[in-house]
Write a protein that binds this ligand. Structure first.
Ligand code: KIV
Length: 261
């Protein structure tokens, strides 16, 4: 799977599927099932390492997991999160992104943030490092945001997200993850961009959907996020749960209004 192929899927009005993966065995299962994007998310800090946020995750942690996912993967596009503070300064971002691609074998790096990232996105993309932007609820800023809450509910917040999305695309971003924003705003942003927009808690009209794999399998400790769905509960095997997610995203039955804002 390439970025060009993902853009064609968007142009055809079809949906893109993405799930997080942290090891070779799950990467293999997800890839075999036909998932288009594997995201080595820094959510691993919470669901694998047991922290209460993604902040303690390091570049070395991400490289370690990315290598494993790469070994299990054949077809899917491999996207890796740049962890907290690893891209705060453009030069540091370049160094760390090069490690994630060179050592970790990622194909795309994902960065959380808006307009302040423009220079970094330009720097990376000009040097051949594809970037996935991440807007809305950006978990690395949980303390700044005052918790894990829906973003862009008011007019000013919505306008800022729309402007940030367009600026990041213009700077060279190839993909955008939109997390926890009202469906109407997510639809507007998706329609205004040429690059694929992958939603999580952002309504059904995004170009694709991503979930944390452990939420989909009901493995996450504590209360699951309201936008996620335990697909294992109604299917009975990991393989069929993953296939059910793919089918539901492709036919537009997931996310439902109960998973949206
Ligand atoms: O870290 C992660 O798993 C993510 C997804 C929730 C989009 O960024």
């Amino acid at each position: 799977m390439t970025l060009t192929q993902l853009r064609k899927i968007k142009e055809k009005g079809e949906k893109i599927t993405c799930l997080t993966a942290y090891d070779a065995s799950f990467a293999h299962l997800l890839d075999e099932a036909g998932i288009e994007i594997l995201l080595v998310g820094d959510s691993l800090g919470m669901v694998v390492q047991g922290h209460d946020s993604t902040l303690p995750v390091t570049v070395d942690n991400m490289i370690y997991h990315c290598k494993q996912v790469h070994r299990g993967n054949k077809q899917a596009l491999l996207v890796v999160d740049m962890p907290f503070m690893s891209y705060a300064i453009p030069e540091t971002a370049l160094e760390n992104a090069a490690r994630l691609m060179g050592e970790g074998q990622a194909q795309v790096v994902k960065l959380e943030g808006g307009a302040w990232l423009i220079e970094t996105v330009q720097l990376l993309t000009e040097r051949g490092i594809p970037v996935c932007a991440h807007l809305g609820l950006t978990p690395q800023s949980v303390h700044q945001l005052g918790g894990y809450r829906v973003q862009g509910r008011d007019e000013m917040g919505a306008e800022r997200l729309q402007n940030d999305a367009m600026a990041l695309e213009a700077a060279g971003a190839s993909l955008l993850v939109l997390e926890c924003v009202p469906s109407k705003l997510a639809t507007e942003i998706t329609d205004s961009l040429d690059i694929p927009v992958i939603g999580i808690g952002a309504g059904v009209d995004c170009d694709g959907q991503v979930l944390v794999l452990y939420d989909l399998l009901g493995l996450t400790h504590g209360k699951p996020p309201s936008f996620s769905k335990n697909f294992l509960q109604e299917t009975g095997s990991i393989q069929t749960a993953i296939k059910a997610f793919i089918t539901a995203v492709k036919n537009g039955s997931f996310p439902g209004v109960e998973h949206s804002f």
